[in-house]
Structure formats: C-alpha cells, structure tokens
Design a protein around this ligand. Sequence first.
Ligand SMILES: [Fe+2]
Ligand SMILES: [Fe+2]
Length: 226
Amino acid sequence: MARILTSIRASRLAAREAAGTTRARPGRYSSVAMLDLAAATDPAWAARALSRLDELLIDHAHCEKKAAGTAVQLLFRYPQHAALLTPLSQLAREELVHFEQVLALLAERGLAFGRHRPGPYAGRLREVERTSEPARLLDTLLCCALIEARSCERFGLLANALDGVDAELASYYRSLLAAEARHHREYLLLAESVRDAAEVRTRLDEIAAHEATVLAENPPEPRLHG
Ligand SMILES: [Fe+2]
Ligand SMILES: [Fe+2]
C-alpha cells in the first residue's frame, strides 16, 4: 500500500511539474524520473513539433484512438483477469473522449483526419514484449505505462512551448496532463495486480531503458512520440 500511495503522489507531482506549476528540486525530483522514464525528451523536440503543428495534431488524434484500441485489445486478450476489466474499460472510454476532443480541434482548424502512416515508436517499443505468459501480460502493461508517461511529458513540453503562441492549445495540452499521469499510474497498478511488485520494478526499469533507446533512434518527424 505504501508503495502505491508513493506512486500516486509521484504521478500527481509529475503532472504538476510537466504543467510547469511546480518546480523540480534539482538532484531530487524530476517529472521524467517520477514518470519512470529513463531519459528526457530532446529539448529541440517541442520547437520541431510546433513548426509542423497541423501534422502533430493529426498524429495526436491517432495516438488517442490507438490508446483506446490497445486497452480494448487487452480486454479481449485477458478476459480471465477480473482486476483488469473495469480499469481498462474506463481507460478506453477516456481515451475515446480525448480522441473526440482532438477531432473537434482538427475540425475547428479545418484539418482533415484520415489515414496516417504511424511512426516506428510503438512498434519498436513493443518488440521488447516477451511472447509467453505471464511475462507477455506484464510487458504489455509496462509498455503501455511508459507510452502514457511519454505522452504526459510531451504534453507538458507542448503546453509550455505553446504559451504565447496558441493559448487554446496550450490550455488544452495542460488539461491532459493529469489524465496521462493517471493512466501511467493505472497501468503500473494493473501490473502490480498480476505480478510481484519487485518483479514489476525490475522489468519497468529494463523496458524504460529500451524506450529511451527507441526514442533516440526515431526519425525527427512531427509525431507525439517521434
Ligand atoms: Fe489520452
Ligand atoms: Fe492516456
């Protein structure tokens, strides 16, 4: 229980830090560490994303749809895990609400949503997943936790970069931070519901290191995870 409460406090603080509403104490906290990420995003990413904001918004809509789809896929793959069912169903619904919100932003801006070539990030990240159970379930949940964490970090960077440029979008991205930090935490709690906490932490650290490697090799495209 103590570990879970610590994780919840850390995620809330991480969201506030990503939003720029509190400052990390040097050498002690950073939102990256509290989101369990092994490396921070390249500082050049936000400027690059802003320079092709329309493409980034379309990519963001696809990411929200994909996040909902992944949660639903897990419901189909693991119907026997009762502890997963309601949290994943709620998470999928929330991601679909985000999808609809981004669709509305696209429509307001006269941007068309359509087919989209996904970046390599998610596919490369998920290469780390083992193929036999129960390792496969643990790895999938941890990959999902890290994708949510990276989204949270990047929404914070985007919100800060959009200040003074596009107040509506800055405010929108800031409004998503708490939800993404919570999704990160929820996937960790689901992992701890199926496997021992020490095993979860060890494997999380391994997959976080892989995630940082994947991010570093990504082509610099206007992608939320690019
Ligand atoms: Fe979302
Ligand atoms: Fe999410």
